[in-house]
Design a protein around this ligand. Structure first.
Ligand code: NAD
Ligand code: UFG
Length: 342
């Protein structure tokens, strides 16, 4: 019988891609999402790609009673992947209470429900934002955690601590925290992808919207960083590769019970690329020109970060191997599809 996985935030960007990978590996999936940053279109996309419609429950994870009802209805959940969170760094500075409440209460509720229903495994979406501006590159899982530069980043640090404390105290539960670097791209079918609301904050959707004519030009934030071309450096990881790492993490939790109770893995490519590298590769991959202008640095940005991924490569037997051009082309095809461009 297929093992049942609960995916919170499963209609969102990374959650929808992961649900596809889970279904393709014969897991049964149950999605919880309150659609505060996604829509049921993602369910249609998942169903079209996989031929299977995931079970879907629309409610806010901050509502503990609804979560209990959901777990009474969907019995025998073997593991949870917890994507659901608010994630806009800038907005979290404006609305810290909303961010702390949403991201922390939903995690507390899930952990209490795991204890109540004896659900033994959790995969948690963390972020490389916990490393701040690193002193040494690439960053390993042992690199120091820096004080968070935003309430959003702080919710990820606090969440990891809550998970550690809970798992030390509750026997029978294990967790894997995955620290994502910069997820980009869309499913190769163009049926699911990232749907930023309003003006995009992240680089790739800003590029695709500029090329689609929705934005006038890409504003490159800073060309005076201490990097070879002066623009910021990040580790951009294909969302499909990222999704597949979650399936590996789930399998590790379900199959290999002798590992540490809490494990942490960096998920990136191991390569640091500048904003200009991305612009040039996008142009080459798509044949489209990106209009851009240099602007001052964006407050709160770090100059560079990229991952040492050797732990995930070895322990999860996973590697991000989608070529960057393919990923950037998938982002452009997705933008064209949602804007009805030919
Ligand atoms: P997303 O906004 O596309 O998906 C999150 C989903 O969670 C949305 O569908 C939203 O409606 C849902 N949600 C939020 N709060 C909820 C609540 N209280 N109850 C029920 N549903 C709720 O974001 P994403 O890019 O897919 O990110 C997934 C996770 O990965 C988040 O935890 C995010 O912080 C983390 N992460 C993302 C990135 C990135 O760049 N995308 C980087 C590092 C970490
Ligand atoms: N950038 C631009 N112009 C834009 C947008 C971004 O020049 O319009 C630059 C940034 O200055 C940075 C790089 O492109 O140098 C990447 O910026 P993103 O906003 O795409 O990504 P960040 O690295 O700032 O942050 C993202 C998520 C965070 C998450 C972090 C690490 O937004 O939530 O990755 O996972 F914490």
């Amino acid at each position: 019988m297929a093992e049942k996985i609960l995916v919170t935030g499963g209609t969102g960007y990374i959650g929808s891609h992961t649900t596809v990978e889970l279904i393709e590996k014969n897991f049964e999936t149950v999605i919880i999402d309150n659609l505060c940053n996604s829509s049921t279109e993602a369910l249609k996309g998942i169903t079209e790609i996989t031929g299977t419609e995931p079970a879907f429950e629309n409610f806010d994870l901050c509502d503990y009673e609804k979560l209990l009802d959901c777990l009474r209805k969907h019995k025998n959940i073997k593991a949870i992947i917890h994507f659901a969170a608010l994630k806009a760094v800038g907005e979290s500075v404006e609305k810290p209470l909303e961010y702390y409440k949403n991201n922390l209460v939903s995690l507390l509720n899930l952990l209490m429900a795991m204890r109540e229903f004896h659900i033994p495994a959790l995969v948690f979406s963390s972020s490389c934002t916990v490393y701040g501006e690193p002193d040494k590159l690439p960053v390993t899982e042992e690199s120091p955690i820096k004080s968070a530069s935003s309430p959003y980043g702080n919710t990820k640090q606090i969440s990891e601590e809550i998970i550690h404390d809970t798992i030390s105290a509750v026997p029978g539960i294990r967790a894997i925290c995955l620290r994502y670097f910069n997820p980009i791209g869309a499913h190769k079918s163009s049926l699911i992808g990232e749907l930023p609301l309003g003006t995009p904050m992240n680089l790739i959707p800003y590029i695709t919207q500029t090329v689609a004519g929705i934005r006038e030009e890409l504003r490159i934030f800073g060309n005076d960083y201490d990097t070879p071309d002066g623009t910021g450096i990040r580790d951009y990881i294909d969302v499909g590769d990222l999704a597949r790492a979650h399936v590996k993490a789930i399998s590790r939790l379900l199959e290999d019970r002798n590992k540490k109770p809490v494990e942490i893995f960096n998920l990136g490519t191991g390569k640091g690329l500048s904003v200009l590298d991305i612009v040039k590769t996008f142009e080459k991959a798509t044949g489209m020109q990106v209009r851009y202008k240099f602007y001052p640095r964006r407050p709160g940005d770090i100059s560079r970060v990229y991952a040492d991924t050797s732990l995930a490569n070895k322990e999860l037997q996973w590697k991000a191997d989608t070529p960057l051009e393919e990923t950037l082309l998938s982002a452009w095809k997705w933008e064209k599809r949602i804007r009805n461009l030919s």
